[in-house]
Design a protein around this ligand. Structure first.
Ligand code: SAM
Ligand code: SF4
Length: 327
């Protein structure tokens, strides 16, 4: 069992397979991109699977593939197959912007992906261009991608929407309305301030305010929501097929329930999304073939909590953009 110094059991690993992306979501990545991890520095699929295998011996049971945009890394289904073959791994999920799902959804399902989370911040084509800073065609591809996910049989479908005042906050009711007819789980995420998006701080809007706007149109009853590993809290409209969820890293800190670590594309095990505490796994893996000691060191240093609510670069532990770690 992997347990940290505060008694939290860690059974979930979020693996970033690339730090690159085909979008430039305003809150996530600067328009000009970032200093990408050089390709030779990146873990191979075999190395990622070996890390998962060794961590599963220590108690890891769930894995999420993320990025950057994970689907831009070539032949991702091959990695999924390798991970699905690891004894003890019960659940493989994927976070994606859905653009490439029409091409890959069936292969990924066959390879062993159980569930997908899809980022969608607006239902409006023109606004997509403003938020994701890529042509509107990408919006159409995203929507087709969501249909592909449904057609491929992914269940549940979680849709993640980062709410920003003055940009997309007037759409929260429209997003919530979708859950009456479709079995989607729409999760509103509080905007997290990191080094490269601090200029957006005044666009922050709390989950309580979002829920208040939705409750103004109809009742929302607390709900268990879909199966998952995360901190979302769920609600449902009367008779709704899907649910409305909120993820509240700023307004309601959930660090005490943290069950996860993160693996960067270049092989660093990060113990907190926002801390600067990370332990290199690639070195020990390539030199000795074993990573248990490095994992133990990481667990011992996992910080108690983040200080995101400060809204400063220090509060987010020096992280420039979530795309570097996978969110
Ligand atoms: N490209 C994939 C996607 O967009 O789903 C996976 C990587 S993305 C970094 C993972 C999640 O982090 C997405 O749901 C995205 O909306 C969220 N995210 C990125 N930056 C964020 C921020 N500053 N505040 C809140 N959520 C953020
Ligand atoms: Fe890319 Fe996802 Fe970040 Fe948007 S949120 S820029 S899709 S990594």
């Amino acid at each position: 069992m992997m347990q940290d110094q505060f008694g939290r059991q860690i059974e979930y690993l979020r693996i970033s397979v690339t730090d690159r992306c085909n979008l430039r979501c305003t809150y996530c990545m600067p328009e000009e991109g970032l200093d990408w991890i050089p390709k030779p520095e990146m873990l191979s699929y075999e190395e990622i699977a070996e890390i998962v295998a060794q961590m599963s011996e220590l108690g890891l049971s769930r894995v999420r593939l993320t990025g950057g945009e994970p689907l831009i890394r070539r032949d991702l289904a091959e990695l999924v197959e390798l991970i699905a073959a690891v004894p003890g791994i019960e659940d493989i999920s994927l976070s994606t912007n859905a653009i490439l799902l029409p091409r890959f959804a069936d292969d990924l399902k066959r390879a062993g992906v159980d569930r997908v989370n899809i980022s969608l911040d607006t239902l409006d084509r023109e606004r997509f261009e403003e938020i994701a800073r890529r042509p509107v065609d990408r919006f159409d591809e995203t929507m087709t991608g969501i249909e592909s996910a449904e057609a491929a049989g992914f269940e549940p479908i979680k849709v993640n929407c980062v709410v920003m005042r003055g940009l997309n906050d007037h759409e929260v009711v429209d997003f919530a309305e979708i859950t009456r007819e479709r079995p989607w789980h729409v999760r509103f995420i509080e905007l997290m301030p990191v080094g490269r998006n601090l200029h957006l701080n005044d666009r922050f809007i709390s989950a309580d305010e979002v829920l208040g706007r939705i409750r103004a149109i109809d009742d929302l009853a607390p709900d268990d929501g879909p199966q998952g590993n995360g901190p979302a809290v769920y609600y449902r409209f009367p008779g709704g097929r899907g649910t409305v969820g909120v993820i509240t890293p700023l307004s309601h800190n959930y660090c005490e329930r943290c069950n996860r670590m993160r693996l960067t594309a270049d092989g660093k095990l990060r113990t907190c999304l926002f801390g600067d505490h990370e332990i290199d796994l690639k070195g020990p893996l390539r030199e000795t073939g074993r990573i248990e000691d490095a994992v133990a060191e990481a667990l011992a240093g996992k910080p108690k909590r983040h200080y995101l609510e400060l809204g400063t670069a220090e509060g987010s532990g020096g992280l420039a953009a979530l795309s570097q770690v996978g969110g």
